[in-house]
Design a protein around this ligand. Structure first.
Ligand code: ADP
Length: 292
């Protein structure tokens, strides 16, 4: 039988903090600014558009942009001493951004990150969800570890730009998830190419095919390419993601195709262990020491 690791879990037994959630998916990136939050937002809404019940947890303590990107300015309400998530475009959402005033500089230390994320699982009324997406801070820090200790993740998606420097960090990030037994759902290559609005020429600003090569090397799925496009940036700035603002555009179709690939993978057996799959898949995910 697999053994738990009290060193990793602080000696706690693994209590199911979100029993109504079928699949928890981490959205990660090796570095900041590659479009991780943009992908998380559009993917969450695309999953909702496919008919799923979706939640989005903004755990990017260093830059919690999700409320802005989802057009939410009101903080969430309380319900029986718990937090009722905000809701936008049919997606339930919670963010560090709701609790830390914009102009406050917070130095996030490991235990603070742990406590905040734990509260997001324990004290937020998520209800029944098919997918809870977690927008992680970039890199391989405390938030990643905390989440992989607290709940059984169905998998991790990594967002990268195509060039080699970004991809180097992708490999490190993916190895971290592998070490804590989190399935790797695949790589999304963002800002893959630019199509000139005037002449239609396709420019590969950040090189070509790096995301797919990294997926091949790591033997994990390549989920798709998202172009660099002013409409995607505007969607983020205006609080209306492109999959809502222009659902029939090729950019939105690219996000929907990624959402379909993710649901297909999870439907094909990678159960979270949080839903109906029970003790067997929970046992598989009991944490091992990082050094093993
Ligand atoms: P991260 O979460 O990786 O730090 P963000 O999602 O916050 O990155 O994106 C950084 C900036 O790049 C934002 O202004 C966002 O609107 C923009 N952006 C992200 N992806 C695209 C894209 N495919 N095309 C155009 N702009 C993009």
């Amino acid at each position: 039988m697999a053994e738990g690791n009290p060193g990793m879990t602080g000696g706690q037994t693994q209590e199911n903090l979100i029993p109504g959630v079928k699949h928890v998916i981490a959205v990660s990136s090796g570095k900041g600014g590659v479009g991780k939050s943009t992908v998380a937002v559009n993917l969450a809404v695309a999953l909702q558009q496919l008919g799923a019940r979706v939640g989005l947890m903004d755990a990017d303590v260093y830059g919690p942009n999700i409320p802005m990107m989802m057009g939410v300015s009101q903080p969430p309400e309380q319900q029986d001493g718990k937090i009722k998530p905000a809701e936008s475009y049919g997606v339930k959402l919670i963010s560090m951004g709701f609790f830390v005033p914009d102009d406050t500089a917070v130095v996030w230390r490991g235990p603070m990150i742990h406590t905040a994320i734990q509260q997001f699982f324990r004290d937020v009324v998520w209800g029944e969800l098919d997918y809870l997406l977690i927008d992680l801070p970039p890199g391989t820090g405390d938030a990643q570890l905390t989440i992989s200790q607290l709940i059984p993740l169905s998998g991790a998606i990594t967002v990268t730009t195509p060039q080699e420097v970004s991809l180097h960090d992708v490999r490190k990030g993916m190895m971290m998830f592998q070490k804590v037994n989190v399935p790797l759902l695949g790589i999304v290559e963002n800002m893959s190419y630019y199509v000139c609005a005037h002449c239609g020429t396709r420019e590969e600003i950040f090189s070509h095919g790096g995301g797919e090569r990294a997926a091949d090397t790591l033997k994990i799925p390549f989920l798709g390419r998202i172009p660099i496009d002013p409409a995607i940036r505007m969607g983020g700035d205006n609080g209306k993601p492109i999959v809502v603002a222009d659902p029939d555009s090729p950019q939105s179709q690219a996000f929907r195709s990624i959402a379909e690939k993710v649901t297909a993978q999870l439907g094909a057996g990678a159960e979270a262990g949080t839903g109906s799959s029970g003790i067997e898949s929970l046992l598989k995910k009991i944490k091992r020491p990082l050094s093993s």
